[in-house]
Design a protein around this ligand. Sequence first.
Ligand code: CA2
Length: 147
Amino acid sequence: MTATIYVLNGPNLNLLGKRQPEIYGHETMADVEAACRATAEGHGLQIRYLQSNAEHQLIDWIHEAREDAAAIVINPGAYTHTSIAILDALNAFERPVMEVHISNVHKREEFRRHSYVSLRADGVIAGCGTQGYLLAIERVARLIAAA
Ligand code: CA2
């Protein structure tokens, strides 16, 4: 059976490519999804690519991933900095987790420097633009192959 990577996106990321291109670039969610799919397929993996503005929905998908995902790549959006509930859900997921931020959160406002999700993530990529998702998929592909 082909292993599945869940690629989860948090609030406002549906606006990617439509607003604030100076921070988040010109690629849309659909562009990023296509690039993630191609990268995963290159490693014989499939992806389930999801975005929600609702915290409970992201938590439900993380619970679902416990059943059928080999790894999670997550950009939790602003929930990164606020959500103990998403951290708790990720703590119940026993396979690799990569945290992705399109922007360099360390170069921005002070409140973006703290991440609850980083307390669980096996790796963090920030400031590489949407390429960060592809780097995270490369990383989990290696971890899955080594498992
Ligand atoms: O840099 C990232 O990927 C962030 O996770 C993006 C979040 C922000 O709250 C985090 O601190 C860092 C915001 C996502 C908003 O996405 C937009 C995309 C395009 C236009 C407007 C918002």
